[in-house]
Design a protein. Structure first.
Length: 403
């Protein structure tokens, strides 16, 4: 509680330093004098323009305007879950308030951008970890090419890494083929290159370890190491609400000193943001293959060696904005994953998100999960909720909200 009080004092101090403006804006938005919903459908999900800013490594923004604002901010999030298990030290507790991070984002010069995300507490456990830290260079191929190096997100569809629901998509948050789970959307130490035109975007990335700090173990070949090459090609226009594409992944997972597991994935996705009163739609379908799943499929002879397996997953979601885009209601009626080794799991959830009136630095979300994604007894829904706030560190900046 003492450490939490210190974190709260920092946040309140930042509030006192920067409460001159009445509207909440991230470093990008405050540089341009616009609101968060220019880039976000509902924080943290991005709309078509926000996805454009993301895949260009922020280079689409004016570097001089970004340099005029403080790049630092602190964020705090309170989380709740009806079935507990958020706090590893106290698994029966249903809420955690120790979720604090300090972040920075910005530019230096006309061609360089950067992103740093450092947590101080996560689910009441201190020590912190580096979630992202990268530097990007964008003066390639007449400004269409963007190269980033560091601990960064892989080249996968934006919705897999940043989505408004409390529960992400089961087939993409961690790729499961056979018995093994791979961090398909996890930030990794490596590099990424994006080439963006007016209507088509191309992305490739290579990632190794996911440790908080870079060390030699991230690139060693040893049991448990996982290295992945990702790619995607999509129709994507910053000014149009529709996006669709194809994506894939090829990776290796070292099972033991004698066996290396090779896996791959191929998927398709389509997304339309809420537009002119019509709701947003999202859907994906993917197929995964694993050369050594770790166990034999059901029905195989006892002690039979592992054989290659195939899995698949797909989902459909509809979501709509209300009250001047300050409230979001989402419904995922169908999500199915099949690991290739056992029964099919069915998922589903209903989500609510809102920007708190007159407190635009504050966002609230709630979710009811059912089916295979509910951990409650007797098939009852699992309820989750969260309250997040973010504000800048440093005088002369307005309060911000960014993810």
């Amino acid at each position: 509680m003492k450490k939490l009080a210190i974190a709260a004092a920092l946040a309140i101090s930042a509030l006192g330093l920067t409460a001159l403006r009445a509207d909440a804006m991230p470093p990008f938005a405050q540089a341009y004098g616009v609101d968060c919903n220019v880039c976000h459908t509902m924080v943290p999900a991005l709309n078509s323009y926000g996805r454009y800013i993301q895949r260009t490594g922020f280079a689409a923004l004016d570097s001089h305007m970004l340099e005029s604002k403080s790049p630092f901010w602190i964020s705090e999030r309170i989380r709740g879950k009806s079935t507990g298990s958020l706090d590893k030290l106290r698994p029966n507790f249903k809420t955690t308030d120790g979720n604090v991070s300090v972040d920075a984002v910005g530019a230096f010069g006309r061609s360089w951008t950067y992103r740093i995300e450092q947590s101080l507490y996560s689910n009441n456990i201190g020590g912190g970890s580096t979630s992202r830290v990268w530097v990007g260079y964008s003066n390639l191929f007449k400004g269409h090419g963007h190269l980033s190096v560091g601990k960064l997100d892989p080249a996968v569809p934006s919705s897999f890494a940043d989505w408004q629901d409390t529960t992400g998509f089961g087939g993409s948050n961690s790729l499961t083929v056979g018995k093994h789970k791979y961090g398909f959307t996890s930030a990794r130490w490596g590099t990424r290159f994006d080439y963006d035109t007016e209507n088509v975007s191309y992305g490739v990335s290579w990632g190794a370890g996911t440790d908080s700090l870079l060390n030699g173990g991230d690139f060693n070949v040893k049991p448990g190491s996982d290295k992945m090459f990702d790619w995607n090609v999509a129709y994507a226009n910053a000014g149009k609400p529709f996006e669709a594409g194809i994506y894939g992944s090829i990776g290796t997972y070292v099972v033991s000193t004698q066996f290396t597991d090779q896996y791959n994935l191929l998927g398709f996705f389509a997304q339309r943001d809420p537009y002119k009163g019509y709701p947003g739609l999202y859907g994906y379908y993917q197929i995964s293959n694993d050369s050594n799943p770790g166990v034999a499929p059901n029905g195989s002879p006892k002690n039979a060696p592992p054989i290659p397996v195939m899995s698949h997953s797909y989902a459909v979601e509809i979501y709509q904005l209300f009250l001047n885009n300050n409230v979001m209601l989402g419904f995922r009626p169908l999500e199915i994953t099949q690991s290739g080794l056992g029964p099919i799991q069915r998922f589903g959830n209903v989500d609510f998100g809102a920007r708190i009136p007159h407190l635009p630095f504050l966002f609230f979300n709630a979710e009811a999960s059912f089916g295979g994604s509910s951990s409650a007894t007797f098939g009852r829904p699992t309820w989750q909720w969260g309250l997040r706030w973010a504000g800048p560190l440093g005088a002369g900046s307005s309060l911000t909200q960014i993810h």
